[in-house]
Design a protein around this ligand. Structure first.
Ligand SMILES: [Zn+2]
Length: 265
């Protein structure tokens, strides 16, 4: 992030440093980055003075496009409402999103994260394809938009492209509302190549993968995905009661137990 005030200094009565709390800490910032940290120093003229200073927090789990549906699901529609009825509305919403809208919504979400003290986002990114379910000419088009939103706002990005292939345990075929999410392993490897390119000019960006969940990914697919990355791996492992019950019915194991028995957690 560029700033016409290229240098700035802060004084904190107390700051949380790598080795714990310290008193009277001065921080000098140059070109948007911390250049120097000194402790046991009195405030100097021009310092921005704060009582307590802590490092920026990472937001470990974001679906940035959902910022655009805030307000649509906050009021319950009756006794039958649940995560699953929320998800139906979310699918109806995402069916309308174009790449430029995804960038604009993500930029708003990231700006608000920065204003709230988050300095890095783990983007669990599952909206990949065009409205009819076909890959864009650049398979990583939506990843390009997410990277652009991170570049525009200055937040650190850990991009976690999501592999989603099935509607339920046991490799059930995906339902039509999921058409913008779906990959096979080969297509997903191409997506990762495109995502790597999309992140190339973004400082400090990290690329990982996100097998969506055990209901959306078979054990064979999970094994095929893991060698595709040396970055972080993120999964919705036990999100819903119904999902835990379905996992028990399918495998005799709860999802976390299944994962421990079948993957290098
Ligand atoms: Zn999630």
């Amino acid at each position: 992030m560029s700033d016409s005030r290229s240098a700035h200094s802060f004084h904190a009565a107390h700051a949380l440093l790598a080795d714990g709390w310290a008193a009277d800490v001065r921080l000098q910032v140059q070109d948007g980055r911390i250049a120097e940290v000194t402790r046991g120093q009195a405030a100097q003229q021009g310092d921005t003075r704060v009582g307590i200073l802590v490092p920026g927090l990472p937001n470990l789990h974001s679906h940035a496009f959902q910022r655009g549906m805030a307000g649509l699901t906050e009021i319950g529609g009756g006794d039958g409402d649940s995560f699953w009825s929320w998800r139906e509305l979310m699918y109806r919403f995402l069916a309308h999103l174009r790449p430029d809208a995804v960038q604009a919504i993500a930029a708003q979400a990231y700006m608000e994260m920065l204003e709230s003290g988050f300095t890095r986002v783990g983007e669990f990114h599952y909206l990949h394809h065009d409205a009819d379910g076909r890959p864009y000419a650049n398979r990583a088009e939506m990843s390009v938009q997410i990277a652009a939103a991170a570049a525009q706002t200055g937040i650190g990005l850990t991009l976690l492209p999501v592999f989603y292939a099935h509607a339920d345990f046991g490799g059930a075929p995906p339902n039509p509302a999921q058409r913008r999410l779906i990959h096979d392993v080969d297509g997903f490897a191409q997506l990762l190549d495109g995502a790597r390119t999309a992140l190339a000019t973004l400082p400090d960006a990290v690329l990982g993968i996100a097998p969506h969940s055990l209901r959306a990914v078979t054990g064979e697919e999970l094994s095929a995905l893991l060698p595709l990355t040396d970055g972080p791996i993120h999964i919705h492992i036990a999100e819903q009661v119904r999902e835990v019950e379905a996992c028990l019915a399918w495998s005799g194991r709860r999802p976390v137990q299944w994962l421990y028995e079948h993957a290098p957690v």
